[in-house]
Design a protein around this ligand. Structure first.
Ligand code: 6YU
Length: 530
């Protein structure tokens, strides 16, 4: 039984060749029949591609992952009394059109409420639906009713941006400039006494949008294609056993040895002729930072756009065609980080779900204060209360985007904790407010294999760049060996970029290309099994 398992395991592995100075490259493992497929990256897109290929009979597939874990930007971690998310938190639009929702429901990973039809029908258009508790920087609690109109206006302007997908804007126009224009038009109608606080409040809403889009400024986000991002119906929900429980379920059917961890790819050589030990000539060879190399018929690259921005010039040989290098340069990839704080006792009321900050003196019409060391906290505009407290403890999760967020990554936990203590004392007007008892924060910008949080369509780019990024190489339709290098990952999904479902769809999309190319591999796989 043991020997049979080992044989099956070996059969499932593609060829790994190690450089051995002075001798021929050495065969490490036997290959299963069918094309050899390597997947770079074990985030949700890479795992989704591997699982789908495996399910359709393309079993000669292996994932190379740079870090010591699977999941990528899905990362659940123990903190306070329970589990918190360092990366993705919600299923955005949990309804039948969302494959993350469908899988989570199928695996039994959601609470019953999340499955209710009525929950799936609610459409908030991707905007926050909770009524916040609002604190001003001078230590006053502000009534959400006072801002109800301005909030409604702000989100109606954001909705208006969707009208530009058909035209009526220039490539230089940004979502930020559009919103500013609306503010200038609308502000003469405001009550004069409320003008300053309204401006400060709107600055906060724009800061929050920076977190949603993963950008430093909404002035960086292109107006014309903004409406191409598609929101799905459903009231966002979370995973009680952590988002990683989804990735763990998805990878469970893969044979042992399918995922090689701590196997950072250094370069991808394509359009070549690389001999395998089976005397077959392969078009692609992947070399790793540890000196290992692998030959393959196809490679699916799922590394984040942030990694490609830093490394694509020396990652591919021959270099990428101009359409791809332009897409990598043009598209945006920014930082949205979390600061999670545990409190011994909540200073907020039990029914509070969101705490919104209003920094008095700030305005969407003036540039943010420059000195990051002094002012990074002013970019913080929202803290979410994590639920349920009985299971998690009293935990607030703050969101911080852009350069301020990247600066925060350079600070120590102690420095952040001390700043947060000062912040909450200032907001509540209570100089004795006990400090948080625990902190954990994300540092997505500094992660060498991620380089930020997620992608957006930046000013000067468009959905065409997203399509170009997704196009397989060689781009020549008549190529003798097509689809040598395929591209997946959240940044390659024109309508669902920046999300886990976009990432998952992209993995399935690229797997499907190969499944279609090798119908003989899955012809024998029974329909029932699919
Ligand atoms: C969502 C959410 N969410 C918060 C934060 C973050 C993200 N997202 P991966 O990076 O996972 O995998 C690639 C792997 O490749 C990785 O493991 C690398 O180590 C590896 N690799 C790299 N280089 C390599 C090499 N050389 N060799 C080998 N391996 C290598 N999404 O749906 N709900 O609540 C959030 C959030 C702080 C950082 C999120 C959320 C984004 C998702 O996490 C992300 O898209 C996917 O996990 C990516 O999977 P992947 O496989 O592509 O890459 C209008 C408009 C607005 C547009 N935006 C609206 C939506 C906003 C998104 N939501 C954000 C909110 C939160 C809280």
């Amino acid at each position: 039984m043991q020997a049979r398992r080992l044989l099956l395991l070996l059969l499932a592995l593609p060829l790994a060749v190690h450089p051995d100075p002075g001798s021929e490259e050495r065969l490490e493992a036997m290959a299963a029949p069918g094309p050899r497929v390597l997947i770079i990256g074990a985030g949700i897109s890479g795992i989704a591609a591997a699982e789908k290929l495996h399910r359709h009979g393309l079993q000669n597939t292996q994932i190379l992952e740079a870090t010591g874990r699977t999941g990528g930007r899905i990362r659940s971690q123990r903190f306070a009394k329970g589990l918190v998310e360092i990366g993705a938190q919600w299923i955005h639009g949990p309804s039948q059109g969302n494959p993350v929702f469908r899988l989570a429901a199928q695996f039994g990973l959601l609470v019953p409420d999340a499955l209710l039809e009525e929950n799936q029908r609610i459409n908030v258009g991707g905007h926050p639906s909770a009524i916040p508790v609002i604190y001003s920087s001078s230590g006053t609690k502000l009534s959400p009713d006072a801002f109800a109109n301005i909030t409604r206006l702000f989100y109606s302007w954001l909705e208006e941006t969707k009208n530009f997908t058909g035209g009526g804007c220039t490539p230089e126009d940004s979502v930020g400039s559009f919103i500013r224009q609306k503010i200038v038009q609308s502000s003469p109608d405001w009550d004069k006494e409320l003008a300053d606080i309204n401006m400060a409040f709107l600055r906060g809403l724009l800061n929050l949008e920076c977190c949603v889009s993963g950008t430093h400024s909404m002035d960086y986000v292109a107006l014309c294609p903004f409406g191409e991002y598609t929101t799905l119906p459903g009231l966002d929900c979370t995973f009680p056993k952590g988002y990683e429980s989804l990735v763990n379920q998805m990878k469970a059917p893969l044979p042992g040895g399918s995922v090689l961890l701590n196997k950072a790819v250094q370069s991808i050589h394509w359009n070549g002729s690389f001999p395998g030990e089976d005397s077959h000539i392969y078009p692609v060879k992947v070399t790793c930072e540890d000196g290992d190399s692998f030959v393959a018929d196809h490679v699916i690259v799922t590394v984040p756009l942030g990694f490609l921005k830093k490394r694509s010039s020396d990652f591919f040989s021959p270099p990428l065609p101009p359409s791809k290098t332009q897409a990598i340069k043009n598209l945006g990839f920014g930082t949205n980080n979390k600061i999670l704080l545990e409190f011994e006792k909540p200073f907020w009321d039990p029914n509070t779900t969101v705490i919104q900050l209003v920094w008095e003196g700030d305005s969407p019409l003036t540039a943010p204060k420059k000195d990051l060391k002094k002012n990074w906290m002013r970019k913080l505009s929202v803290f979410v209360v994590l639920e349920p407290p009985e299971q998690l403890g009293h935990v607030l999760c703050g969101f911080l985007a852009g350069e301020e967020s990247e600066f925060m990554e350079t600070l120590t936990d102690e420095e952040i904790l001390s700043s947060m203590t000062d912040l909450f004392r200032r907001l509540t007007g209570d100089p004795e407010l006990p400090p948080p008892i625990g902190i954990v924060r994300s540092q997505w910008h500094s992660q060498p294999y991620t380089g930020g949080s997620y992608s957006y369509v930046a000013v000067g780019s468009s959905g065409i760049d997203v399509e170009n990024l997704a196009e397989p190489l060689p781009t020549d339709q008549e190529a003798l060996k097509p689809m040598q290098v395929l591209f997946a990952g959240e940044a390659t999904e024109r309508n669902f970029y920046s999300t886990t479902h976009g990432a998952l769809m992209s993995g399935w999309r690229e797997a499907q290309r190969l499944i279609d190319r090798y119908p003989e591999c899955w012809a024998n796989v029974s329909k029932a099994k699919l």
